[in-house]
Design a protein around this ligand. Structure first.
Ligand code: ATP
Ligand code: MG
Length: 433
């Protein structure tokens, strides 16, 4: 029987609501993760208390509250810096834009609230029996609580626990209806399959395919957030990527995966997806590999379309731009490669290795050399040279552009042989030049 651990901060929020006569449930992804023995990264509570009443209760107890989404019933309370999202039981109104309900209505039945949730494993709630009777001295309020699941009152109206134990992602209610209401659920569904190592129920998988056109209504930011979270999962993502292919999702999220240039590196899409899976769980590297059919500019354009951060865009486009650079074979070539790619060098080598299966050994050797070069701290940039512009001006009388040009030449000398990075040697070489 699974045990679940609820930290004292969450227990406190539940207790404050229950003491005032409002049932308070841990709900959704936080209960799912806790039942699986994974500490939830965010905690959600659902209760019939209206938002204003929650604000009153938490404020009176001395906690900071944030009116996150009062109209949707959500109040965030900070208990010892832990944010807890507390939402009034609600029924979502009609969906007209494939993403947001037109309106929401509060209800006093938890069953109504669970019915609006996306997947069975996300549609469970649990409550601590007797918590309303606790006083301030109850140890769990100070220490948190680890209890076996059967000591909790669990509301599971859709077979969530069974799906959790069988590893199934299944929509609550009719899959086509639920995925049409909010197409973001399509990508959430794929992400949960990858994150949890689950498979979609057949009817849900069919609906992923049937409802995919709804993705054209989903904002780039949302698509990007789900895609990067999927790619960054520590568990293998290959099955999830193949699910994206079977469900015809690439066209809506990353049409570049269908680019015919991919055949330069991979015989078929499945080989590409296997290669993505073989990379470390770094979203930038994996995304770059998915974009290998484009070039640096094409990768940048795809990142811009997805509204990814500048930092991520730079990483992804650098990796893609380096795919066809020749594999460095010597120490000097490796240093030159690292000088050109800066912090992206190792990632670029790994992405290129995935594209050029026939040169895998060569790339592995280059990665090993790059590790040793970093560990030794070999000079890889002008700023790391043993001489600087001032010295060149003072010792050699150089001025203006000549200074920068000389530094670039000296860097080249040092990249060729790291032992040259000594002040006397560099000044002598500069003098001879
Ligand atoms: P994670 O936090 O890892 O993204 P989660 O399941 O906790 O997973 P949240 O976005 O934190 O996802 O949402 C909490 C809960 O709210 C979900 O478990 C689900 O019950 C419900 N939910 C969130 N987004 C949707 C949605 N688009 N449609 C229906 N229910 C949703
Ligand atoms: Mg969550």
């Amino acid at each position: 029987m699974s045990k679940i651990t609820i930290p004292r901060q969450i227990i406190r929020a539940l207790w404050l609501l229950e003491k005032e006569g409002f049932p308070a449930y841990v709900v959704g992804g936080s209960l799912r993760d806790a039942l699986m023995g994974n500490p939830p990264h965010d905690w959600d509570v659902t209760t019939p208390a209206l938002p204003d009443r929650m604000l009153e209760i938490f404020t009176a107890a001395g906690y900071t509250t944030i009116p996150t989404g009062l109209a949707h019933g959500t109040v965030t309370v900070l208990v010892e810096h832990t944010p807890i999202e507390c939402t009034t039981y609600r029924i979502d109104g009609e969906y007209t834009d494939a993403r947001h309900p037109e309106s929401v209505r509060f209800t006093d039945r938890i069953a109504d609230d669970l019915a609006r949730r996306d997947f069975t494993v996300n549609a469970m709630a649990c409550r601590l029996p007797h918590i309303a009777k606790w006083d301030e001295n109850e140890p769990a309020l100070a220490q948190g609580l680890t209890v076996s699941a059967d000591e909790l009152e669990i509301v599971d109206l859709y077979g969530g626990r069974e799906d959790l134990s069988r590893g199934i992602i299944r929509c609550v209610g009719d899959p086509a209806t639920r995925l049409t209401e909010d197409a973001l659920r399509i990508l959430r569904g794929v992400r949960f399959c990858v994150q949890l190592g689950f498979s979609p129920d057949p009817a849900t998988e069919q609906a992923l395919f049937d409802c995919r056109a709804g993705l054209s209504h989903i904002s780039a930011e949302r698509i990007a957030a789900e895609l990067t979270r999927t790619l960054a999962c520590p568990l293998p993502c290959g099955d999830g990527l193949r699910l994206m292919s079977r469900a015809g999702l690439w066209q809506y999220i990353l049409p570049e995966v269908k680019n015919s240039n991919i055949s330069k590196y991979f015989e078929c899409e499945d080989d590409l997806l296997c290669a993505v899976d073989s990379l470390p769980n770094c979203a930038e590297m994996r995304l770059a590999l998915l974009l290998c059919g484009t070039d640096e500019a094409g990768a940048k354009a795809a990142c811009r379309r997805l509204k990814l951060s500048n930092k991520m865009t730079e990483a992804v486009s650098s990796y893609v731009g380096a795919i066809d650079r020749s594999c460095p074979k010597t120490e000097a070539e490796t240093r030159r490669y690292m000088a050109a790619l800066g912090a992206y060098a190792e990632g670029a080598l790994a992405v290129a290795a995935a594209c050029h299966a026939d040169e895998k050994k060569g790339y592995e050797a280059a990665l090993t050399r790059a590790g040793a070069i970093r560990a030794r701290g070999d000079c890889l940039a002008v700023a790391d040279l043993a001489v600087d512009g001032k010295m060149l001006m003072k010792e050699l009388g150089l001025r203006g552009r000549a200074v920068g040009e000389m530094l670039a030449k000296l860097l080249d000398v040092v990249l060729e042989d790291a032992a040259n990075n000594e002040k006397e040697i560099l000044l002598r070489i500069a003098g001879e030049m």
